[in-house]
Design a protein around this ligand. Sequence first.
Ligand code: 5SP
Length: 270
Amino acid sequence: MGQLGDLDLLHAATVAGRPVRSPASARSRPHASRLLRGPAPARRFGVAVRIVPSVLPVDFAHLGEAVARLDAAGADRLQWDAMDGQFVPNLTFGPDVIAAARPHAGCGFEAHLMCERPEELFERYVDAGCELIIVHPESLRQPHAALRQIRELGAGAGLALSPGTPVAFAEPVLDLLDLVLVMTVNPGFGGQPYLVSMEAKVARTRELIDGSGREIALEVDGGIGPDTIAGAAAAGADVFVAGTSLWRAASLAEGIEDLRARAEAARTAR
Ligand SMILES: O=C(CO)[C@@H](O)[C@H](O)COP(=O)(O)O
């Protein structure tokens, strides 16, 4: 079997019935995890344009190869959409899977936790090598305490606002945030249509962040592609999570570069 092409690394549901084997090297790498301890350094998670591919669309049977491919294609970070089938209907992966993929990519990992009681596993996600942990306020009993716990573990803290969640949820905890994620789809599945109505919410979040004087990245996630990224960037987003759209490009590298160029052009015109 020759070198896997990009399309071979798509989720089996997308590339039906193509039996491919992951290279032996991907299986032989030792499992390693990076420990992040102590207060998070003043990391900047994206006050310049960042393109953050989502791992969600890849074929989980070739995960190591896929994240290595995304890293080599120029990803600024990779987003791991951890779903527990409770907070959202879908069920994906947890910290052990992320830890197994960690040695296969040099870029940063962020965990988007769409799970009930996520605070019970924060340490496991940090030990798995995630430098940024993004949580939904509705999943937390005590959002302020949970965000503080993430930072005490040495990771950056992000708050995810679903389409129905007001920007005001971010206000009381801005001093604990490194990133606000404005969801441009309802959480749970990739490949959904972009909600253009969320651009007004992105703009309000941008005003809130700029008014705070804090270095807080503004990320969008859901339906981000060549036709939608400019609107999100013009509204005020810096960081763009892209899943499905990247795999439709001629190559992952071209897809990432195209999105970056479109976002930078729209941001400059802001
Ligand atoms: O996180 C979610 C949904 O919960 C997705 O938005 C993925 O993160 C990206 O999906 P695409 O829409 O880019 O395929």
